[in-house]
Write a protein of this length. Structure first.
Length: 258
């Protein structure tokens, strides 16, 4: 299961960079170490190697490629490490001075026929019911992104993400006002859930749980058998996922070299 999830995550990086290149000339994706080195550019949310060492040992050639490419983009070399990766990944990183930066829980849940139920929530689909700018404004408020440059990065990133085939961007409304947003993508029978946040004024109303049910219903309708989401350990997002029947499958670590 971890191989299945990590390979999809690496492939997502390839698909994202293909769209991001339209606005970010430094964005690039390089196959290496059995996964992908995904570099979106300074300030962007994804600048790290993904899905590395899931099948074979990791050699010095991988680290040399990562460090060279990261230097050209202008970001520190970083690796997202699955605990089931070959031990040579962590051993090589330790020799080259990489340090632990953060953890991220990977949560999973089986998608069941019973998930295909109607949820009484006003949900707008970007591209059909609402425009992308509405989703972007909701995300800026929900994630509490401050400053013009940070908001510009968020908008450019989400614009590229929304163009990736299969992505469904959702906005939940309360009395017609955008109050929360989320994303779901189903590929190879795996529903990947992300981009979920709630505008502060509308928190503690069950919107995240409702958006989880909406996305699980979509996953059930299109034949997914597994739902995957990530969250910071101990966060409110992780608690919401656990309440919705998800379990922590494993925890990724991000290693970075300064």
């Amino acid at each position: 299961m971890s191989r299945r999830i990590e390979r999809l995550a690496a492939d997502d990086g390839v698909r994202l960079v293909a769209e991001l290149r339209h606005t970010e000339p430094l964005a690039r994706c390089i196959a290496a170490g059995g996964g992908q080195i995904v570099l979106c550019g300074p300030g962007m949310y994804v600048n790290r190697a993904i899905g590395i060492g899931m099948d074979d040992p990791v050699t010095d050639a991988f680290f040399e490629t990562l460090e060279s490419e990261a230097a050209q983009v202008g970001v520190p070399p970083a690796i997202e490490v699955c605990p089931h990766a070959d031990p040579t990944l962590v051993e090589g990183a330790a020799r080259r001075g990489y340090a632990l930066r953060s953890f991220r829980s990977v949560l999973t849940r089986q998608v069941q026929v019973e998930d295909a139920v109607h949820v009484d929530l006003d949900v707008a689909l970007v591209g059909r019911d609402v425009d992308l700018a509405t989703w972007q404004r909701t995300a800026v408020l929900g994630f509490e992104i401050e400053g013009a440059e940070a908001q510009s990065i968020s908008d450019r990133f989400s614009a590229a993400w929304s163009r990736v085939e299969g992505q469904r961007f959702l906005v939940a409304r309360v009395e017609g006002v955008p109050a929360a947003c989320a994303v779901v993508d189903v590929r190879q029978r795996v529903a990947q859930l992300g981009g979920m946040c709630t505008v502060p004024a509308y928190r503690r109303r069950g919107l995240q749980q409702a958006l989880l049910r909406v996305r699980l219903a979509h996953a059930a309708h299109v034949g997914a058998d597994l739902a995957v989401a990530t969250a910071d350990p101990g966060s409110s997002s992780e608690r919401n996922l656990l309440q919705a029947g998800f379990v922590v499958a494993y925890t990724r670590a991000e290693l970075r070299r300064s």
